[in-house]
Structures are given as C-alpha cells and as structure tokens.
Design a protein around this ligand. Structure first.
Ligand code: PLP
Length: 369
C-alpha cells in the first residue's frame, strides 16, 4: 500500500492555511536586487525605536550563560510581572511571544467537539490555533470593522469554551471600551475562557487603559495576554505572557514546553519592563506617527480605519497591486485581503518619522502610476 505520510495527519490540520508573516527585508532585497539598508519595513507592527540601553546591557550580560538552559520557571521575570500587576506569581504564564501563550490556551482548553467564538477581521492566530486543535471557529460579523461583543455573546453555544478578543485588534486597530468588556463578561457562561489579547495595550491613551488585570480576580475565566514584542521592542527575542486565575495558569503551564522562553529573552524582558521611560517614548512617538499617517492618507484622498495600535489600515482600492508597487519602491507593508477579509486595505506599521514619509511618498507615487 502506498501511504502518503501527509495523509496521516488529521484533516483539520492538513486544511490549515499557513500564517502569512510580513515579508522580511532580506527576502525583498534578494528578490529585487535592492540594498537592505534602503528598504523600509512597516509590515509587522514592530517598534521603530529598537531597544533601550538598559535592555541592551541585560542582553549582553546574559550572553555569558547561553551554554546553560534558561530558568524554566522564569522566576525573575514572573516576579517582576507579578509585582507590576499586583498578582500572585502563580497567575503568570510566560510564552515564546504572546503567540505561544495563545497556543497554550488552545492546547489546554480546545479540542474536537469544542468551539471558540471570534470576530470577523480578528488576529489570524485565533482561527489557526482553534483549527489546529480540531475545534470549530464561530465567526461573528464585525461591527464597523471591530468586535461586536453583543453578537459574540449571542453566538456562544454549548460547545464554546473560548472567546478570543483582541483589544486593540490587529489588523483593524479597533478598540472596545472596558465597560463593554465588563458587560460581555456578565453575559458569557463561566465555562467560556475569555482571552483578552492586549498585545497593543501600551499604545492606548492612558485614559483608555482599563484595569483589565483586575478582572481576573472577579472573573476566573478571564485570561489577559500581553507582549514584549511591541512597545518594549523585543519582537525578535519572543517573549509574551498571560495573567490568569492561578488554576487557569496552572493548566496552561502543564502544556507549556519546559524551556519555552530562552535566557536572553528572559533577561531582556525583565530589564525592559523596568524601563518605563522607553515605553513612554514609544507611546508618544507612535501617537505622533499615527497622526502623520492619518493626515497623509487623507491628503491622498484615502479612508482609513481609526487605529488604537502602532499601525493603521488604509483603504487603497486594489491593494495587491498597490502592495507590489510599494515593494518595487523598497517599502514593505502588509496586505490584509486573504486571511483577514479586507481586500481593499493595506496595514501599515507606524515607523520613524523618516520611514513614515518614505511610505507616504511611495504610496502617492504608486497610486499615480
Ligand atoms: C493582536 C495580536 N496578538 C498577539 C500577537 C503576537 O505577538 P507576539 O507573539 O510577538 O507576542 C500579535 C502580533 O502581531 C498581535 O497582533
């Protein structure tokens, strides 16, 4: 019998459409014969400030010990997070990026015969992680590009065990207020784990940053996830975390790989967490850049989705064509057609002032071409 090993994998795994990351700079340089230094990448919502000197020093110091395994419990980082957010260390789950933590939720709480509720245009990892566990996604139509929490609550059925909420959402940049989340929690059965993915939390204006961490004390079914990849500038090192009720955190930790966060990442994140000034500057620069991109889009006669993150999603019309024309000009942005259902939009990360101008000039030229 001729057996294709691929067919031995469950059909729900074989039908997964792989996640499409932003095009790496080195790849575009190779494809177009461009000098890497001339390429502007605004495709993965990274922090254009890089990292601060204290974080750099912590990374350099951690190099001395790379021959050893990391602390599998991430004691120092967990302790620092627990202190910052006034929770027990047992409430913290560390991940190889917050993406890892989202996967842990799926691994621990989903499976065949179970379902997760999520919004149209939501972060692509939610349907992927759900499908990879053989669970069903219940996709709820978006309201003005954002999460319609009332409809999401109504869509929960007897098989639903997880509700995925990105706040702000990627790629739309939409945001739901704290009061709406509280109202949602009142309507959701306690069996349903509500994941509040707050990867962009640090980019919210302070008056909108509700104390969602407090919610885990009143609602044991809430999991808050955050990351060091965005405002802290550590996307390449991969560190994120969840804050949850200790019994939820315990279950997630059981399915975690023993050393899922590496030693350099642990040291860097612990140092970065302390560097409040770096995060404050990242916030301020981002706001300025976001306003400039909004202004630039309007000047080109383009609509955009008002964003609360470090990116903006602009309606450019024939997005795949505009995307390619931007690539030719050495500017990488993110198409959001296929996986996200926004075929006329492009998502653009807020860059440095200079990168934002490069993008706007390239966009103007691409639209005229
Ligand atoms: C909404 C959202 N959640 C989670 C992540 C995962 O980020 P990371 O794994 O780098 O923490 C991203 C990354 O872009 C995101 O946009």
């Amino acid at each position: 019998m001729n057996m294709d090993p691929c067919e031995l994998s469950p059909s729900y795994v074989r039908s997964i459409a792989p996640y499409q990351p932003g095009k790496p700079i080195s790849e575009l340089a190779r494809e177009m014969g461009l000098d890497e230094r001339t390429i502007v990448k605004l495709a993965s919502n990274e922090n254009p400030r890089g990292i601060g000197p204290r974080t750099r020093a912590a990374i350099e110091a951690a190099l001395a010990d790379v021959a050893r395994y990391p602390d599998g419990n991430g004691f120092e980082l967990k302790q620092a997070l627990a202190k910052r957010y006034h929770v027990d260390m047992g409430s913290v789950v560390l991940g190889n990026g917050s993406n890892d933590v989202l996967e842990l939720v799926a691994l621990a709480f989903l499976g065949p015969g179970r379902a997760a509720v999520l919004s149209q245009h939501c972060f692509a990892v939610y349907p992927l992680a759900t499908q990879a566990r053989g669970a069903r996604s219940i996709v709820v139509p978006a309201k003005r590009y954002g999460h319609d929490l009332e409809a999401m609550a109504r869509a929960i059925d007897d098989e639903t065990y997880v509700a995925w909420l990105a706040n702000p959402n990627n790629p739309t940049g939409t945001f739901v207020r704290y009061e709406e989340i509280e109202a949602f929690l009142k309507r959701v059965p306690e069996r349903v784990l509500v994941v509040l993915d707050e990867a962009y939390n640090e980019y919210l204006p302070p008056e909108l940053r509700g104390d969602t961490v407090k919610l885990i004390k009143r609602h044991p079914n809430v999991v808050v996830t955050r990351t060091f990849s965005k405002a802290y500038g550590l996307a390449g090192l991969r560190v994120g975390y969840a804050l949850a009720h200790p019994s939820v955190a315990d279950v997630m930790n059981r399915v975690r790989q023993p050393f899922n966060v590496n030693s350099i990442a642990l040291a860097a994140a612990t140092a970065a967490l302390d560097d409040m000034e770096f995060v404050a500057r990242s916030y301020a620069d981002n706001l300025q850049g976001l306003r400039r991109l909004e202004q630039g889009a309007l000047a080109l006669g383009l609509e955009f989705i008002p964003s609360y993150g470090n990116f903006i999603t602009i309606r450019v019309g024939k997005a795949p064509e505009v995307y390619k024309k931007l690539l030719k000009r050495g500017v990488i942005v993110r198409p959001v057609g296929g996986g996200y259902g926004l075929p006329e939009h492009l998502r653009v990360t807020v860059g440095t002032a200079e990168e934002n101008e490069r993008f706007l000039n390239a966009l103007g030229a691409a639209l005229k071409e």
